[in-house]
Design a protein around this ligand. Structure first.
Ligand code: UT7
Length: 328
């Protein structure tokens, strides 16, 4: 059976930096509140002519280069996003055309902040089954287009960006040892964008009611996140017959530094063992983990180190993926 490895990664964030200080003139907030409650210092905002596919492509090109592959070597493109360029065609098809990945099937995957880990699972299974040899998994978001810039509860949290990984059959690169996924739709109402779909199509009423923006019950999502991040990791470790002390590094979803610090404290882990980039980028939903993975790989750990990716978010969804590090 072929082994699924991450043969290359890439990342792209827009050049426009939006600082906490600037947000003080947008909503009733302070630099101090944002930093102390979230850990975020600044975030990137897509330029007016940049849509999600435009962020995806440079990340994908870099991942292909790092994997030593051509776009035509790719069998499938999965774009994990809650902010597609449009309802259809899929952003993955738009990316396929832009890259010239003529041999690839292409589709979008909607699992919010857990999207990238869901994408890795599909890629790994297809590779292990022998169906595909190289799968491009992209997590990309332009959340600045769907946050309500009048709502201080949400607009200070999110940022735009894209991360990409090529998952290949065998070869060099971090090996996917296992993945655990979960979902609980019964609590999905705590994080939604209510309008713009078949339930509430766009109308004057939905626009005036600000229903095309992110609506989040932050405290409920926070409680869920704190619980599920531990459960997602321990369920996967149980499945693999491993224990926490065999994991060397963690790359968690970047929603709130307090969630990450709480996790570190419970595991008695120094923060250096946990990748953090939310100070620079805020919460980029499905892009957070692949961008952090790419940056983590720029200063790679020792061969054989075990690295846990763990995500949670809208749906509600969650997932974890354990990698065994090998240099590309
Ligand atoms: O990626 C998807 C997953 N998302 C998450 O994991 C997000 C999880 N939730 C969180 O990270 C936190 O709940 C937030 C950062 C969203 C909020 O932090 P909190 O400590 O839970 O604040 P809160 O919602 O309890 O609000 C505390 C106070 C409220 O004022 P009152 O009612 O006590 O007077 C808010 O209105 O802080 C106020 N507040 C703000 N004040 C200044 C909320 N947002 C702001 C703001 N600036 N931007």
């Amino acid at each position: 059976m072929p082994t699924a490895v991450i043969s290359g990664t890439g990342a792209y964030v827009p050049t426009r930096v939006l600082t906490n200080k600037e947000l003080e003139s947008v909503v009733d907030t302070t630099e101090e509140w944002i930093l102390s409650r979230t850990g975020i210092i600044e975030r990137r905002i897509a330029l007016p002519d940049q849509a999600t596919s435009d962020l995806s492509c440079p990340a994908a090109v870099q991942a292909l280069e790092n994997a030593g592959l051509l776009a035509t070597d790719i069998d499938a493109i999965i774009v994990c996003t809650v902010t597609p360029d449009m309802m259809f065609p899929s952003t993955a098809c738009i990316v396929q055309a832009k890259l010239g990945a003529t041999q690839a099937v292409a589709f979008d995957l909607g699992a919010a902040c857990t999207g990238f880990i869901y994408g890795l699972q599909l890629a790994a299974h297809a590779i292990e089954a022998g169906s595909w040899s190289h799968v491009l998994v992209i997590g990309a978001e332009t959340l600045s287009r769907i946050v309500d810039w009048q709502d201080r509860n949400t607009c200070v949290l999110f940022g735009d960006g894209a991360g990409a990984a090529v998952v290949s059959a065998n070869g060099r690169g971090p090996r996917i040892l296992g993945i655990h996924l979960g979902a609980d739709g019964t609590d999905g109402h705590v994080l939604t964008m209510p309008a713009g779909g078949s339930r509430l199509p766009a109308s004057l009423e939905t626009v005036n009611g600000r229903r095309h923006f992110v609506h989040m019950n932050g405290q409920e999502v926070y409680k869920f996140a704190v619980r599920i991040v531990d459960e997602a990791c321990s369920r996967l470790l149980d499945k693999l017959g491993l224990s926490y002390n065999q994991v060397d590094f963690y790359i968690p979803h970047q929603a709130n530094l307090r969630i990450i610090e709480g996790f570190a404290k419970r595991l008695k882990l120094p923060l250096e063992k946990i990748a953090v980039n939310l100070d620079k980028y805020g919460n980029m939903s499905s892009a957070s983990i692949p961008v952090a993975l790419h940056e983590f790989g720029e200063r790679p750990p020792q061969t054989g180190s075990k690295v846990m990716l763990v995500g949670f978010g809208g749906g509600l969804t969650w997932g974890s993926c354990l990698l065994e590090w090998q240099a590309n």
